[in-house]
Ligand binder design. Structure first.
Ligand code: CTP
Length: 448
């Protein structure tokens, strides 16, 4: 029996794919089709694939041409597959001419004629609606947003607004944006969606104003500092038929999400303890981060990061949270939180004037997960066990500033009218605001 193997993404399956599969099948008696996994596609820079891997597998199956369908997960897998399945011919479209000659060492390589005039990219572009986005707040984070948005299809940055005209002028000029809006109202009138990157205390009113104007909102962390405000904004977004998302970059990080699903699938047994830390030493004490009038301090600045793995793995119904802070000039330069759950205990450490080891350790009944600093930009983690032979290391790629993942998910929610993303459920974002509110109200709080 002559075995043929071919690979592809097969997004929005089209006639070109079907012709290719038929030609490949005709080369032998048994056709194996490798469909790329979502994570693998993302690593290859394919951020805009419309169908997920299951839908793509179903589409290939429906052609009736594949005798076996496998998932392509990693770079280098083709050689493994060819050997494992004892493949005779590797076939691929002529757009890849020459690129797979290295496989000749393992089997015959055939480049098949490609069907002219059709591709997934073309179909995606035809389907695509362009979302016009305006940025408010031209600080450091917005500076990173513009180049990252360039990796995502279907988004156009229309312009920006900032209360400081000089900062606005400089920002629009350096980023090549055509509009420097004179007011937030003027920005809202011209766009479909807003990215809010202003200081914390302005988030609530700006987001509310944008939602009332039926604009989608991506708001920097922390969304708001009060539980009721968060609830109100999410309800308002749904009522207005627009998408509100908190710009929590770790929640959209592919490696972090893989860690979460592995632990939820029982990789380290039942989770009993989570310790997560994050600290930054900022020598310039005149910055906004140290100003109590602008919600400075380590809690408001970074609590959403350690709360993410805690809420993802243990839920938002913690029984008790004790907060201990070192205060300096009205802001917490260090905060430690201890959270009790019915069958687990967690702690987080946040520093702005104190340095800690910034790692994440998730302990379970069968082993533990160790993610070294900076775990909030996860690109590597280890699962460790009593029997060290069972330890496993996982490596990933964190592309650029990583904001492209959250922008892509926001766009996907807008286009598909999904009010909630499983990457950060609304109740998780609301619970983060609840924690900050408890801190503001100094409940179960002690100074150290
Ligand atoms: N293919 C083809 N003719 C086309 C499009 C694709 O023969 N018009 C072949 C490719 O050469 C490859 C297989 O179909 O062997 C799967 O390709 P894939 O990358 O999934 O499809 P594209 O439409 O090329 O996708 P994209 O536009 O995202 O690159």
């Amino acid at each position: 029996m002559k075995k043929v193997i071919t690979y592809g993404t097969y997004d929005l399956l089209h006639q070109g794919h079907i012709n290719l599969l038929r030609r490949a099948k005709e080369l032998g008696d048994y056709l194996i089709v490798g469909v790329t996994n979502d994570n693998f596609d993302r690593e290859r820079g394919k951020l805009n694939v419309c169908n997920n891997v299951l839908e793509r597998v179903e589409a290939v199956k429906a052609t009736g041409l594949a005798d076996k369908i496998i998932i392509e997960d990693y770079f280098g897998q083709k050689i493994d597959d060819i050997q494992k399945y004892d493949v005779d011919i590797f076939a691929i479209g002529s757009d890849w001419e020459g690129k797979f000659d290295y496989l000749n060492e393992y089997c015959k390589v055939v480049y098949l004629p490609r069907t002219e005039g059709i591709s997934s990219t073309m179909l995606r572009e035809e389907k695509q609606t362009i979302i016009k986005v305006g940025i408010t707040g031209c600080g450091n984070i917005a500076r990173r947003f513009v180049p990252e948005a360039a990796f995502v299809n279907g988004i156009e940055i229309a312009g920006a607004h900032d209360s400081n005209p000089a900062a606005l002028k400089e920002f629009t000029a350096t980023n090549g944006l055509k509009n420097a809006y004179g007011s937030f109202d003027a920005l809202l009138e011209d766009v479909d969606a807003v990215y809010i990157a202003t200081p914390h205390l302005s988030h609530y009113s700006l987001a509310k104003q944008a939602l009332l104007a039926k604009k989608h909102v991506l708001c920097e962390i922390p969304l708001v500092l009060e539980e009721e405000q968060a609830q109100e904004l999410y309800a308002l977004a749904e009522q207005q038929g627009v998408i509100l998302m908190e710009a929590h970059k770790t929640a959209h990080c592919p490696a972090f999400n893989h860690l979460m699903v592995m632990i939820k699938s029982g990789a380290i047994g039942e989770v009993v303890d989570i310790e997560a830390s994050l600290s930054r030493l900022l020598p310039d004490k005149t910055r906004r981060e140290f100003d109590p009038a602008q919600a400075g301090g380590s809690m408001y600045e970074s609590a959403v990061y350690p709360l993410l793995p805690i809420f993802k793995l243990l839920g938002t119904d913690y029984q008790k949270l004790n907060i201990y802070s070192r205060m300096e000039n009205g802001v917490d330069i260090y905060t430690k939180g201890v959270m009790r759950y019915p069958t687990a205990v967690c702690s987080f450490k946040l520093g702005l004037g104190v340095k800690t080891e910034g790692n994440l350790v998730i302990s379970g009944t069968k082993g533990y997960a160790y993610v070294e600093a900076p775990w909030w930009k996860t690109d590597y983690f280890e699962l460790r066990f009593e029997d060290q032979h069972k330890n496993k290391k996982f490596f990933y790629k964190w592309d650029g500033e990583g904001l492209r993942y959250e922008i892509q998910e926001w766009m996907s929610c807008i286009v598909n009218k999904r009010h909630e993303s499983s990457r950060l459920y609304r109740k998780e974002s609301i619970a983060m605001a609840r924690v900050m509110q408890q801190f503001t109200q100094r409940k179960n709080f002690e100074k150290i």
